[in-house]
Design a protein around this ligand. Sequence first.
Ligand code: SAH
Length: 370
Amino acid sequence: MAHLAHARDAGRAGFGVSALRKKLTAQIVQTGPVSIAQFMMAALYDPVHGYYSRSPNIGEHGDFVTAPEMSQMFGEIVGAWCAYEWGVIGRPDPLHLIELGPGRGTLMSDVLRAGMAAPGFEDAAQVHFMEVSAALRALQRDAVQPNIAQWHARFDDIAPGPSLILANEFFDCLPIRQFVKQDGQWRERLVGADSGRLAFGLAREAILDLSAFPAGADAHGDGAVAEIAPALGGWTDLLALRLHAHAGRALIIDYASDGFGDTLQAMKAHEKIDPLDDPGDSDLTAHVDFAALARMARAAGLAVHGPIGQGDFLRTLGIEARAAALSKRHPDAADRIARELHRLTSGDEMGALFQVLCLSNPQLPAPAGF
Ligand code: SAH
């Protein structure tokens, strides 16, 4: 059977790549160019060929690495934050511990382990995962005790009650639309087909209504790119509904942008590639406009803290002391721990590019770390 399995694997890789590119090219030839958001929808969520519908490859040996995959200290600090904030909201049991886009389940497993320092936290925690990928759901099942976790297809299926909601590198998956300023007017950037290949282009009609644009669009000159994530408002409303009904907070950590600049990025095996090259077989992301997220959350009546740099957040919550304690206990790993601390917190690594935003029920005091 070995040669058969091999043939199937080889076929799968080839099939996935060319099939989605071919499918999209054929569609575009027939029905016209699509927005970047529609392209991302297909590349990430196509039920057969989409990157997240297949098997996203996260980790040092995958396509991209995230903070919890880089160091256990990240999840431990977030876990200490959760345990503390559980106390702030009155130690509810159950506490709904919700994670959007949990990847391999590493963050939640570190959060639960660190949370054990607060007596009763682990027993109270009921874990809820929102995950599109069946392959990742299986890894999450292995990472946490499956009997305390539930998986949901819809956010509003989660049982009502007090909650802490975590989202690390989730909002950067949401499809974006891009607009380019040309001759003083904004035109949407589209994906079309040129001689049978996918190619970027601009819509002929200019956008006249800039009400959904990031603030300050007029100040930008020709060549500027503006980005809007249409799903951001829907997610903010879902979070607001839940956080208004019961005590709770959402902690959102992601690559930050101010809504301007081309941040669409495709990653494959830790290399940046052309986003049009391998739809379905590379991870597509865009930086998150935290100012837009904060504006929508405030409009929905939530209290907003941040955004602040990931480095400041982790340092305020004691990551340096945690690194020192770990190094003392494992002197042979001290160099690695110092490197991880640097990657997570330094301004020229993830410390400033990644930002942290906390949305809360407005009756709560300011959250720890802000
Ligand atoms: N938070 C993890 C993984 C980040 S990758 C970490 O830090 O390591 C993005 C995650 O979000 C993956 O688990 C992906 O499958 C999931 N995802 C992307 N879009 C989603 C959507 N619309 N609904 C639910 N999960 C989604």
